[in-house]
Design a binder for this molecule. Structure first.
Ligand code: GDP
Length: 363
């Protein structure tokens, strides 16, 4: 699961990316690595895991992780191959969701490629490039389906659907705002469309702008656009996040308290991104390791077990589950067990976010 960070040049992508990877390096016991300068693995903040680690004092505490990619260099004309256009669009294609960074700060020392701060225009430039790339892909799909239709009538629906989408894109609209039912949506997903990917708009403000978002016209512009297409907005001050990311433990908490916020914007961004990807975590716990495991929402118990080891999936007998909240309400696992809150679940059980699980399996 991979998130791409994109936006025009000089909007704060690298600042944000560096803050993210810095924050990742700080999490203890996590085999953090920077695969290449533009790719970083980052720990997903999880209070539940922290609490379990406090209770069990394990040898190892392992958070869930997601991957971020800094996709630099997307400029006007990218879809026509300008700049390093095609390469960057290919990078976008490899991601599962996007963080679209939008410049919402003025600073005459930081050149704006378009000459002024204008979030609506900037968003439009990037989205237009993505739409153009999609348009090309959809055109090819229509041609292919039309050919196939000659031999098999069942392709009629595909021709109609993609032709309708082509019109939609031609009008400058994003694929994710194309209205259709679930079956059609599934068919659309067989085409790897850029504007179908879920997006969080990260409105990068300066400190003053961040302190008064209600009166921040740039931020409000981003909110309007996001609302119209059903996407999320996250206000963030990348420069400040960079400073916060350099702090640890108590120092970090004190700084956040001074700012009057509970968690850093980065932590919020990482959590939002995780949710945007449709991911949840289940937890395993014990003296040797406390760990958060990543699964897709809707995953059943045996497949969740398979994340730990394929042998556990193969030999799956049952899952002993306690909801984290239940355990906390009782104060400990053993107290929760006494109250009958430990459930024995079978193969059809759909694992929930925050489930604490012990798997029983045949070797
Ligand atoms: P990128 O090209 O989108 O990756 O942009 P960078 O992260 O390299 O940022 C470009 C410049 O803008 C750098 O000099 C940053 O220090 C500066 N910058 C980033 N975020 C902010 C911000 O919130 N306020 C101000 N004033 N400058 C920022």
């Amino acid at each position: 699961m991979k998130l791409g960070i994109l936006g025009l040049p000089n909007v704060g992508k690298s600042t944000l990316f560096n803050a993210i990877t810095n924050a990742g390096a700080e999490s203890a016991n996590y085999p953090f690595c920077t695969i290449d300068p533009n790719v970083g693995m980052v720990a997903v903040p999880d209070e539940r895991l922290d609490k379990l680690a406090e209770m069990y004092e394990p040898d190892k505490k392992t958070p869930a992780v997601i991957e971020f990619v800094d996709i630099a260099g997307l400029v006007k004309g990218a879809s026509r191959g300008e700049g390093l256009g095609n390469k960057f669009l290919a990078n976008v294609r490899e991601t599962d969701a996007l963080v679209h960074v939008v410049r919402c700060f003025d600073d005459e020392n930081v050149i704006h490629v378009e000459g002024s701060t204008d979030p609506a225009r900037d968003i439009d430039i990037i989205n237009t490039e993505l739409v153009m790339a999609d348009l090309e892909m959809v055109q090819r799909r229509v041609e292919k389906a039309t050919k196939a239709l000659k031999g098999d009538k069942k392709f009629q629906h595909e021709v109609d659907l993609f032709t309708a989408l082509q019109k939609h894109l031609d009008g400058g609209q994003l694929a994710r705002t194309f209205a259709c039912d679930e079956d059609d949506a599934a068919l659309l997903r067989t085409s790897d469309l850029l504007t179908l990917k879920p997006v969080i708009y990260a409105a990068n403000t300066d400190e003053a702008g961040f302190a008064d978002l209600d009166h921040n016209a740039y931020y409000q512009q981003v909110c309007e656009i996001a609302a119209a297409e059903g996407s999320q907005v996250l206000p963030i001050c990348a420069k400040m996040e960079q400073d916060i990311a350099e702090l640890e433990g108590e120092e970090k908490l004190m700084f956040l308290e001074e700012l009057g916020v509970e968690e850093s914007g980065l932590d919020r961004l990482i959590k939002c991104s995780y949710a945007l990807l449709g991911l949840i975590s289940f937890l395993t716990y014990g003296k040797d390791e406390c760990r958060a495991w990543t699964i897709k929402k809707g995953t059943k118990a045996p497949q969740a077990a398979g994340k730990i080891h394929s042998d556990i999936e193969r030999g799956f007998i049952r899952a002993e589950v306690i909801a984290y909240q239940d355990m906390m309400a009782c104060g400990s696992v053993s107290a929760a067990k006494e109250k009958g809150l430990l459930r024995s679940e079978g193969k059809e059980y759909v694992v929930q976010d925050g489930d604490m699980i012990y798997f029983r399996f045949n070797v």
